[in-house]
Design a protein around this ligand. Sequence first.
Ligand code: 5RP
Length: 225
Amino acid sequence: MRDEMKAHAAKKAFEILLEKARHPFKLGIGSGSTSEAFLKILMKRHHELPPFECVASSKKIFDMSHKILPYMKEDSFESLDFYIDGADEVSLDNNFHLIKGGGGCLTREKILFTSAKYRIIMVDLTKLQRGPIGAGFKKIPVEVLPFGLRSTLRLIHHKGNIRKDFVTDQGAIIFDMQAPLGGHKPTPEICQELCNIPGVIEVGVFPPPQLFIVGKEDSAEVIHV
Ligand code: 5RP
């Protein structure tokens, strides 16, 4: 059932892109199964869009599509017109902030998210969560440099686990912090402050996008934030 919800969200995202993309444009593509559902539609129907160039948030997404889609060099874009991605949690009690990084691509995803003028996040209904940030996904992924790992983890001083047998596209490590965080009130801002610790590359807490697409059993709802 969740796959169907994701498929509805992905189809709606493509329809919205068709509607909004009027000129040659630059597109960032997220990672994860919902983004892959979107990618498959994009690969089939890209000729219906105005000319565009894209950039992928992971090697996997690039490998799946680079023979079909026009990619730009990864270091060449200053800004993107659109970014389309999934998320692990949408925090209703925290102003629609997101948890991302379940697939370990949070750093590249955050770069693309931040570069984009218009951000669309596709989720299935189960990702909408109440409670403190991370309460639904039960973890907050943090990307950490392998160099000095133990020292960095000591400074993070939250409980969690190093993701087993996993190395990011940057050759780094994912530390999944247990969520919700204990101690003080775990706000998105407090989570983001972890980026001040040397060795922390990025934290999987994202600000809200302009548009959510919520996939349901037989349709998709569009929510403007
Ligand atoms: C990858 C992500 C994904 O967007 C997130 O994990 C959602 O994945 P899925 O669409 O498979 O549920 O943040 O780093």
